[in-house]
Each structure stands twice: as structure tokens, then as C-alpha cells.
Design a protein around this ligand. Structure first.
Ligand SMILES: [Zn+2]
Length: 135
């Protein structure tokens, strides 16, 4: 077993492995394989193999510069979007805090819920404003 792990380690050494773009490809593969399983057409059913093949290719690739460039491109184009989905989800599922934007600098501020009317001081620009956090 140890011998096997050593071999595996040597095999993976210097290869790209998983990065954020690979994870996105895995998600894309998962989604397309579900969608394409509804079709009888054999060509449509092969579509999920494209992201999967690319994922395996990138995982085993030794051209780290090119893979890094693809990953940077992915983060530049989609990273902001994925981050926004995540923070919006976190905000909506937060039952103990309310989120406001500073009227002056648009900084997002998290305050505890159910404190009635409170004065909020923006930590970024110092602007004070009053909001009702509920009872
Ligand atoms: Zn502010």
C-alpha cells in the first residue's frame, strides 16, 4: 500500500492537480450529465464527456504555466460571480444579523437583528445613520 502511495505521489508530482477551474469543470460535468441523461440522442449524451475529458487533461497536465493562465482566466471571468452567489446566500441564511449599506461609501455593514432603532457607525468612513433592526 505504501509502495502504491509512493508511486502515486511520484506520478502526480509536477502535475496541475485540482484548482478552482477544475472544480468548476467538475460541477459543469455533473450538471450536463444530469441534463443530457434526459436525451435519447447518443451524441447529446456524449456532451458531458467534454468537461470531464478537459478536467482529466488539466489534472494530469505538466504545463503548469498554461493551466495557471486558464485558472486565472476562470477566476477573472467567473470568480466574482461565484463569490457574489456565496455571500448573497450567506446573507439570506443569516437569521441573527441584518445587512445594510453605508449611504456614503456603500460599504456593507452587518449588525445584530432585533435591537430596535440603532445608530450605525460605518467602520470605513465613519458616517453615522439610523436603521430599524426590528424587535
Ligand atoms: Zn461608509
Amino acid at each position: 500500500m505504501n509502495n502504491f502511495l509512493n508511486k502515486l505521489q511520484r506520478f502526480l508530482y509536477g502535475r496541475n492537480g485540482l484548482d478552482r477551474f477544475s472544480i468548476a469543470l467538475a460541477v459543469f460535468y455533473f450538471i450536463t450529465s444530469i441534463i443530457c441523461s434526459f436525451f435519447k440522442n447518443p451524441i447529446i449524451r456524449l456532451i458531458p464527456l467534454l468537461p470531464l475529458g478537459y478536467l482529466v487533461f488539466r489534472f494530469l497536465s505538466k504545463n503548469l504555466t498554461a493551466r495557471r493562465r486558464e485558472n486565472d482566466w476562470y477566476i477573472r471571468v467567473f470568480g466574482g460571480f461565484a463569490g457574489r452567489v456565496k455571500t448573497t446566500y450567506a446573507r439570506l441564511s443569516d437569521t441573527t444579523h441584518k445587512y445594510y449599506r453605508c449611504p456614503n461609501c456603500r460599504q456593507r455593514i452587518r449588525v445584530p437583528k432585533f435591537k430596535g432603532k440603532i445608530e450605525i457607525c460605518c467602520p470605513k468612513c465613519g458616517t453615522k445613520f439610523i436603521r430599524n433592526t426590528g424587535k
